[in-house]
Design a protein around this ligand. Structure first.
Ligand SMILES: NC(=O)c1ccc[n+]([C@@H]2O[C@H](COP(=O)([O-])OP(=O)(O)OC[C@H]3O[C@@H](n4cnc5c(N)ncnc54)[C@H](OP(=O)(O)O)[C@@H]3O)[C@@H](O)[C@H]2O)c1
Length: 269
């Protein structure tokens, strides 16, 4: 299996490469070379966000790569504190100027609440932002739209108010933290779950139980973690700045048996 060449199909028929490169915490000046390396080893899917302050670098890498636009799948996100119709349109324009793109492949509401006020009820603001995104989607400026860090309650609120089911919900998902209620709801409603922090931002890599399983299979812990996300029907977004790790994280030509998946389900961090 080469997940870089395989695709999930979103509910609107748009195809999305099964593994994407995460870019959180990669500074703008560094992200250009990181993306170019990723493209060279076969990645075609980049996960960025206005909040990562590296959209300009991602855009520069796209230009420099010489790849055709339709070979690439580029995601960005509306900053978590921006809630409302017009401010969403304005922020989207800023994102597109940064990326120097005409059309974005996937645009997400980064979180249901500002990062500085986690848990705050911003239901109306999320609905208004999502309405603006639906408008941009219908205008053809975005090929698919979705949300991130949304609970089942948050999802139900936007679906009920707009009648539009998001194509994607990007959530924290890794071995030991799989947010089963959200995944179940999304899969029942044909919302693709993207697994962010599939390596628990690196914290999972020293887990002795995982190290034992990986060693016995002759693969790395990172590979087990990325493969596990795919086994669960989610789309992993591993982040690395290192070319050899990009290759490693997408070299998934091994299987996890039901027994092994069951063992992985029991692991706690
Ligand atoms: N929507 C959201 O709110 C949200 C939140 C968090 C993350 N995300 C997205 O998900 C992406 C991934 O999540 P994440 O950044 O938290 O981290 P992650 O992918 O879970 O882990 C990244 C860490 O693991 C290291 N690493 C990667 N591959 C490795 C390998 N093969 N062997 C050893 N170490 C390895 C990286 O170091 P090096 O870089 O030094 O290799 C880095 O320290 C983000 O970049 C972002 O795009 C979204």
């Amino acid at each position: 299996m080469n997940p870089l060449n395989e695709r999930f199909i979103l509910s609107n028929g748009v195809k999305i490469p099964k593994v994407g490169l995460g870019t959180w915490q990669i500074p703008n000046d560094q992200v250009v070379q990181v993306c170019l390396d990723a493209f060279e080893v076969g990645y075609r899917h980049i996960d960025s966000a206005n909040g990562y302050q590296n959209e300009q670098g991602v855009g520069q890498a796209i230009k420099q790569s010489g790849l055709k636009r339709d070979e690439l799948f580029i995601t960005s996100k509306l900053p978590s504190h921006i809630k409302g119709y017009q401010v969403t349109l304005d922020s989207f324009n800023e994102t597109m100027n940064n990326l120097q793109l005409d059309v974005l492949d996937l645009y997400l509401i980064h979180a249901p609440w500002p990062w500085s006020e986690i848990g705050k009820d911003c239901t109306q603001g999320n609905i208004d932002s999502f309405k603006a995104m639906i408008e941009l989607y219908h205008q053809g400026r975005i090929r698919s739209i979705g949300v991130s860090n949304f609970s089942v309650k948050d999802l139900k609120a936007v679906i009920e108010a707009t009648g539009f089911v998001p194509h994607v919900n990007q959530i924290r998902f890794y071995i030991s933290d799989t947010q089963d209620d959200i995944v179940k709801f999304c899969q029942e409603h044909n919302i693709l779950v993207e697994a962010y922090s599939p390596l628990a931002t690196g914290r999972i890599l020293s887990n002795p139980q995982l190290q034992k399983i990986a060693y016995e299979k002759g693969v790395s812990v990172a590979q087990v973690c990325v493969k596990y996300c795919l086994e669960k029907g989610t789309l992993p977004l591993p982040k690395t700045t290192k070319r050899e790790r990009m290759i490693e994280n997408a070299r998934l030509d091994f299987t996890l048996s039901d027994d092994e998946v069951h063992k992985l389900d029991q692991i706690t961090l």
